[in-house]
Structure formats: C-alpha cells, structure tokens
Design a protein around this ligand. Structure first.
Ligand code: MCA
Ligand code: AMP
Length: 482
C-alpha cells in the first residue's frame, strides 16, 4: 500500500497527501496551550511511527497534552496497539494493566511518585520519548482494519479491571455512525475536557475530530468557565459536567451559540436537561454507550430530544430487551428488560479473559449490556439502571464495588466492608463504604483507596457500622444500605 491510503481507515482528515496538497488546518487540535495543525500531527506522528513500528503494544500515560495526541496518532499510523493509562493510577492498577496487556514500553513518559515503586513493572519498562516537533513524512502501510487499536481497561463488578479490545474497524464504524446522528462535519469545533483514557474523551473526543476533520479544543479540565471560553459548536460532557454548567448561569448562557450539546456516560438528570435547555436555548442530545460497545443509542441532531431518554439505535445497531425468564419484552415504553445490542462498533472481547468474554454474549450473538431499559413504540430507549448494584457510575466513571472493597480489606483497620453507589446531586452516584472495624478512621481509609487505586475510585464517604445486613445465606444485602 502507498502512503495515500495511510490513515484513511481511521483518521480521514490526516491523510498526508491531502494535508500536503494544502488541506491543512492550523488549529486542528488545541490542547494544553499548544495548537497543532494537521501537518504538525501528521509529521510528528509520522516521526514517532517510524520509531515504534514493529512494536506490538505500548502504554501511554494519557494526560491531556500534545505529546499524548502525537503518541496516539503515531501508534495508529504504525499499527501499534495503545494502552491508555489513567495518569493517577495506583501501583496495583498499574501493575495489572501493564502485565495483563504486555505493554512493551512507555510512550512519552512514565508515571512518577509512589506509583513507580522500584522493581515494579511500571519502573522496569523503557520510556520512548515523544518529540512533538519532530517531523517525518514517510508513509506507513495501512494496518489491517481488524487489528486492535486500543486496549481500554474498565471495571467489572469484582476483580481487577478488564482490557477491552477495540479494533480500528469498530472505531471507524462507531465514529461514522455518530457523525451521521449528530450531523458532525469539518465545519464543527468540538470542545471538551474529558480524560483521554476512556471511550468518551479518547475515541469520541480525540479520534472523532481527526476522522471527521473538525477542530478540537481540549480544555484540560471540563470546567464551566473553560467550556464558556472555548467558543465551540459541539460540546461533550458527562452529566456531572452539565450539572456544574447549569449551576454557573453565565457560563451556561455563553454556550447558546453552539450547535449541539451532547451528554453521555451516565444518566442526565431531567432537571439538568431542562435547565440546560432554558439557559442555552439548546435541548441536549443524550447518548448511551459502553467501553465495550462504543455508542449504540442516541437522540439525533434532526430528531426529537426527550428528557430521560437516550433515543434510537445509531447506524448499524440493533437492540432487544429480554426479560429474566428469556421472554421478549414489549416495546410499550413501560415494560423493562435487560438491554442487548449488536452492531459494527462492538469490541472483540476482553484480553486474556475468555470466560468473561463468553459470559457477555448470548448464544445467538447479542452483547449483554447489564443495563435495564425500556423501549417505546417509536423505538426510543430509556435506560432504567444497571442489573447489578456492584457497578457504580460516579462522575461518569465506571467503578466496580469489588475493587474498592478489596482495597479496603487490605487495610488493617477493616474487618468487613460493603461498597455501594448512593444518589448524589453532583456525581450521579457517590461511592460510600460501609465498614466494620476497630478504630478505623474514615479519612485514612479514603486516603488508603486513593493511594492504591485511581483517585476517582476513592469512597467519598465511609460509614462505620456495627455489622452489615446479611440474608440467611450470609450474603450482604446491599439494597438495604443507604
Ligand atoms: C481529592 N483529591 C484527592 C483526594 N481527594 N487526591 C488524592 N487523594 C484524595 N483523598 C483531588 C483529586 O486528585 C483532584 O485533583 C481533585 O481532588 C478533584 O478530584 P475529584 O473530586 O475526583 O474530581 P471531580 O471534580 O469530582 O471530577 C468530576 C469530573 C470527573 C471532572 C466530572 O469525574 C470526570 O472527568 N469524569 C469523566 C469520566 C469519563 O470520561 N467517563 C467516560 C467513561 P486535580 O483537580 O488536581 O485533578 S466511557 C463511557 O462511559 C461510555 C463509553 C460512554 O457512554 O461515554
Ligand atoms: P463505561 O464502561 O465506563 O463505558 O460505562 C458504561 C455504562 O455507563 C453503561 O453500561 C451504562 O450503565 C452507563 N451509561 C452510559 N451512558 C449512559 C446514559 N446516557 N444514560 C444512562 N447510563 C449510561
């Protein structure tokens, strides 16, 4: 293949020949005080691709910087799988992510501080520096569409996070479906400040603009003031971000010149939807997805946007609702069932976890989301909640109760623990740990989890209790905690 085909599958706007022909954009990506043109990205990523070509898998400490952008695009050029690592990962998480993925090097920089304890896997990997200003214009053959672009680590109900395998083909299909649903074009400027280690910020929020050809302004943190200043046409946020925006009326009103405000990763509370509409004159688009499936449901730029509902399947997606006894659930807007999906943007399984992969698919080829939903006569979907109380969504992050419980049980002051997500106006759910123990200090327990795991997995509250409610079998009854 020639360099003309380079990046066509995934990164349409970065085709080097098109860029060389003058189809450049001086501020294609603004991030961390840098403005990167398309040619900066192609040249910088080309130089990196030449250095990493032949590697199988590398880890990128996914800080919102120009170096992260170049590292990720360079690996996509070279066909090297990227494991984006949350910058605040704790030592145990880092060790798991690096050994499970088999990452061969850090690209850019390694984490610092306690997470990099001597002798740890994180400390033993070589570091390949990313030079944002280096340039190389040689092409690389287009990697096969079925090759794995990313391994994204995501929490399950128990145990360590699982590596979600996302192929180039799936990502391209997922982004094209969204471009269609949201009428997203090269005329748009996307603004967001979401982390670059999940589907929302990384796949939709960085690769989306590079595929569609729109500008991207990454605000570092998703604060209302930064969103207001950025002057975009298209904004992404998790519900916590939108809830903070509506609490800052001046910033909210500054978004009224935008075309589309998109919310996802967790349910958008109806009052936030309504306040956002009142303050900006724009009814938000709500969409639903998972790390495993990318975005499968959304309201549309040209369609109805109904508070509390996440809309219709995007292009190529089919859904069905299944009752606990396997019966098909009617589409009457009220009856609820387990949501199953299929479509071209789904993942290829969990790395090294054939058991978990098999469990998440039905025999007839549908992915079991674990979410409970209703569908109305027009095909509109409403997400009612999760089937398991052990997956918590806090600030749009998915957190497994089991992982937090394991960390707390490792503290000498903790005898028994149950972790739940309780309703929270700001975060959707806040992580609360019910702890039985002698002399346990709540602040110390919170700091303990924050030091072992990513900071967003820390309990926001620890409640010391005499005992945990258990059923006759001895199983903790989490629904009674709250
Ligand atoms: C506080 N901090 C601490 C501690 N307490 N640090 C160490 N130890 C402690 N005990 C510090 C933190 O490091 C941080 O510092 C600061 O306090 C605030 O942290 P926190 O309170 O956790 O942040 P927040 O303000 O509550 O964050 C809200 C947020 C965030 C910005 C909305 O939750 C967020 O970015 N969410 C996005 C999640 C997301 O992208 N999910 C997509 C998943 P400092 O300020 O210096 O950092 S993908 C997905 O769900 C699917 C595909 C989909 O549908 O999209
Ligand atoms: P993650 O693995 O972080 O991608 O989280 C996926 C989960 O987030 C889904 O299974 C849902 O429970 C939840 N989710 C994502 N988008 C929405 C939404 N718009 N409404 C309700 N829940 C959502």
């Amino acid at each position: 293949m020639t360099c003309e085909t380079l990046a066509r599958v995934l990164l349409s706007s970065l085709n080097p020949l098109a860029v060389a022909r003058g189809d450049d954009l001086p501020d294609a990506v603004r991030i961390d005080g840098h403005s990167l043109s398309r040619s900066d990205i192609v040249g910088g990523a080309g130089a990196l691709a030449r250095r990493v070509a032949g590697a199988r898998c590398v880890a990128v400490l996914a800080e919102p910087t120009a170096a992260t952008v170049i590292a990720i695009v360079g690996c996509l050029f070279a066909g090297v799988t990227v494991v984006p690592v949350p910058p605040d990962s704790g030592p145990a998480e880092l060790d798991h992510i690096l050994s499970d993925s088999g990452a061969q090097a850090w690209l850019g920089k390694a984490p610092e501080g306690a997470a990099l304890s001597p002798g740890s896997r994180a400390a033993s990997l070589p570091v390949v520096p990313v030079r944002v200003n280096a340039r190389d214009w040689h092409g690389h053959p287009e990697p096969h569409p079925s090759s794995t672009a990313f391994i994204l680590y995501t929490s399950g109900t128990t145990g360590a996070p699982k590596g979600v395998l996302l192929s180039r083909r799936a990502i391209a299909a997922g982004l094209d479906a969204l471009a269609q649903a949201w009428e997203w074009t090269s005329k748009d400027t996307l603004v967001h400040g979401l982390p670059l280690f999940h589907v929302h910020g990384l796949i939709l929020g960085l690769l989306g603009p590079l595929r569609v050809g729109s500008r991207l302004v990454h605000t570092g943190k998703p604060t209302p003031a930064a969103y207001a200043e950025a002057g975009g046409t298209l904004y992404f946020g998790v519900p916590t971000v939108w809830s903070r925006v509506v609490d800052d009326e001046q910033s909210a009103k500054a978004l009224s010149g935008a075309r589309l405000l998109v919310s996802g990763s967790a349910p958008l509370p109806v009052p936030v939807f309504e306040k956002l509409a009142a303050l900006t004159g724009l009814t938000p688009v709500e969409r639903y997805g998972m790390s495993e499936t990318m975005i499968t449901l959304s309201t549309r730029a040209d369609g109805e946007r109904r508070p509390g509902w996440v809309g219709l399947p995007v292009a190529g997606v089919e859904t069905r609702l299944v009752a606990e006894d396997g019966a098909v659930v009617p589409h009457d807007g009220e009856s609820i069932g387990g949501l199953q999906v299929r479509g071209p943007m789904l993942f290829d399984g969990y790395l090294n976890r054939p058991d978990a992969t098999a469990e998440s698919w039905t025999e007839d080829g549908w992915f079991v989301t674990g979410d409970v939903a209703a569908i109305d006569e027009d095909g509109f979907h409403r997400i009612v909640g999760r089937a398991s109380t052990d997956l918590i969504k806090s600030g749009g992050y998915r957190i497994g109760a089991g992982e937090v419980e394991t960390s707390l049980l490792g503290h000498p002051g903790v005898k028994e623990v149950a972790v739940v997500g309780l309703p929270d106006d700001d975060l959707g759910q806040r992580i609360v740990a019910f702890v039985v123990g002698d002399d346990a200090d709540p602040d110390e327990l919170i700091a303990h989890v924050a030091s072992e795991l990513s900071v967003h997995k820390r309990p926001r509250e620890v409640r010391l209790v005499e005992s945990l409610p258990r059923n006759a079998m001895g199983k903790v009854q989490k629904k009674l905690l709250g």
